[in-house]
Write a protein that binds this ligand. Structure first.
Ligand code: AMP
Ligand code: ZN
Length: 466
């Protein structure tokens, strides 16, 4: 399997530290608000990478943090007149609601920065002891000049970075690029006791510390959106490697932006849709299909038209699934004919092709094309004369190839309850519109099926005729 490593700017063979296991860390959301569908793209991409690694037999220890203390958290908590902890609790709950709806598999661990304060203080102490960090008036800064490889992730050296960066000049720092690993308390801010007085951790230190605690000093994969390459991930490398003296991450993976009118979707530009808003109109299959129809290193433009077209594509695949499910009940042929065996072999070649594409730096766009070719071939070659076994194999393969992408797992059959509820809704609407004929027709048809409707002051109830 090959992975494009941001550090080397090359596709490299994936060799995990421990055979059969993957230690993976992905930067998670700051929980001060609902996440937007741009964040959603990054979460879906790393969820897919994780699921594909699992599909290939790896056991993945997947850690994604919650940033639950920073300036944005403090500002929002003040606006709402609640504590930062209450704000974090609330939006972590909301995160899970949307994440579950997007079929994001729960992480092995979702650590919260504020639950690691003691470990973070110890980490900062280690950096000071080793001469990589210094204290000024209760703040602690990382001394970037001391870390010789500073800038290597973004391919720039310290001088280039300084020339390009809009950095605030702070006389107290030894170098303008130095960054805070511990911040002293300002009035009204939550704070914890530390050897440098009351304060709170800087943003970057939480990821270094929690990755170290939960996955070890060297990890296999670290991911996040492209905007995190500099300074966030560069600073994580500096802190982690300065402290341990070891390489921090073997493979850096960065997801490209979801744009809107060719601009990065972001809270600050106010050009975003929350994941929740989009989930009201499209289901997870469609959203994930849309996100994964581009390679993760290519930017993707968000539009209603593209989502609608993803919806049509997903429906086409489900149509084939539904036809195959119906066929299963109709075909009489229990044994594979020669033609069936030949087609079963072709099915295997589709699986190989799919794996080849996904093994090549998780090329989901091409993997989806393979699924489409497979569907076309099935539609042409599988019919009422096929054997049950072949029909079942086709069905299993479509579901199998959808699994790492987090799509195509839904049942095509709606339950009796769902169908009845739908008809009751239609009848209620008809009654509201004073369309009595239609309302009666719906009730009578259900009655023929043995379903009796009862109008009660609490609404419509139904039961099966005894
Ligand atoms: P945040 O909550 O802003 O820290 O972002 C959480 C994750 O979403 C990070 O990995 C960001 O890099 C990523 N992200 C933010 N905006 C976008 C976007 N427009 N497209 C893709 N990923 C994004
Ligand atoms: Zn991080």
């Amino acid at each position: 399997m090959k992975i494009f490593n941001t550090m080397t700017r090359k596709k490299e063979d994936f060799v995990p530290i421990e055979e059969g296991k993957v230690r993976m860390y992905v930067c998670g959301p700051t929980v001060y608000n609902f996440f937007h569908i741009g964040n959603g793209r990054t979460f879906i991409i790393f969820d897919t990478i994780r699921k594909y690694l699992e599909y290939r037999g790896y056991e993945v220890n997947f850690v994604q943090n919650f940033t639950d203390i920073d300036d944005k958290m403090i500002k929002r908590a003040n606006e709402e007149d609640i504590t930062v902890k209450e704000l974090g609790d609330r939006f972590i709950k909301e995160y899970y609601k949307d994440a579950d709806a997007l079929e994001l598999k729960r992480a092995t661990t979702n650590p919260r920065a504020t639950e690691y304060i003691n470990e973070i203080i110890k980490f900062v102490k280690d950096l000071i002891d080793k001469g990589y960090a210094y204290e000024v008036d209760g703040d602690v800064y990382f001394d970037t000049k001391k870390f010789k490889e500073y800038g290597k992730l973004s391919g720039q050296n310290l001088d280039d970075l300084q020339a390009g960066a809009r950095i605030s000049v702070d006389e107290r720092k030894k170098d303008p690029m130095d960054f805070a690993v511990w911040k002293s308390q300002k009035p009204g801010e939550p704070a914890w006791k530390s050897p440098w007085g009351m304060g709170r951790p800087g943003w970057h230190i939480e990821c270094s510390c929690m990755a170290h605690k939960l996955l070890g000093e060297t990890i296999d994969i670290h991911g996040g959106g492209m905007d995190l390459i500099f300074p966030h991930h560069q600073n994580e490398i500096a802190q982690s490697e300065a402290r341990s003296g070891k390489k921090f991450v073997n493979y850096w993976i960065h997801a490209a932006y979801l744009n809107i009118d060719n601009k990065k979707m972001s809270k600050s530009l106010n050009n975003f849709f929350t994941a929740r808003e989009i989930l009201e109109k499209y289901d997870a299959d469609v959203i994930r299909f849309f996100m994964l129809s581009a390679h993760y290193r290519n930017q993707l433009n968000f539009s209603k038209e593209l989502l609608d077209s993803a919806k049509v594509s997903v429906e086409r695949i489900y149509n084939t699934i539904s036809n195959l499910e119906n066929l299963l009940g109709e075909v009489n042929n229990d044994f594979m004919t020669k033609d069936d065996k030949e087609f079963a072999n072709i099915l295997l070649s589709y699986r190989e092709k799919y794996i080849e594409k996904m093994d090549d730096d998780f090329n989901t766009a091409d993997a989806i094309s393979v699924i489409f070719d497979l569907i076309k071939d099935i539609n042409i070659n599988v019919n009422i004369n096929s054997s049950k076994e072949l029909v079942q194999q086709c069905l299993d393969l479509i579901r199998e190839l959808g699994l790492p992408l987090g799509i195509l797992q839904k049942s095509t059959k709606i339950s009796l309850e769902e169908r009845i509820e739908k008809l009751i809704d239609q009848r209620q609407k008809a009654r509201k519109d004073k369309n009595w004929a239609l309302a009666d027709k719906i009730r009578d048809e259900l009655n023929v099926e043995g379903i009796v409707l009862e109008d009660t002051p609490q609404g419509v109830r139904w039961h099966i005729k005894k």
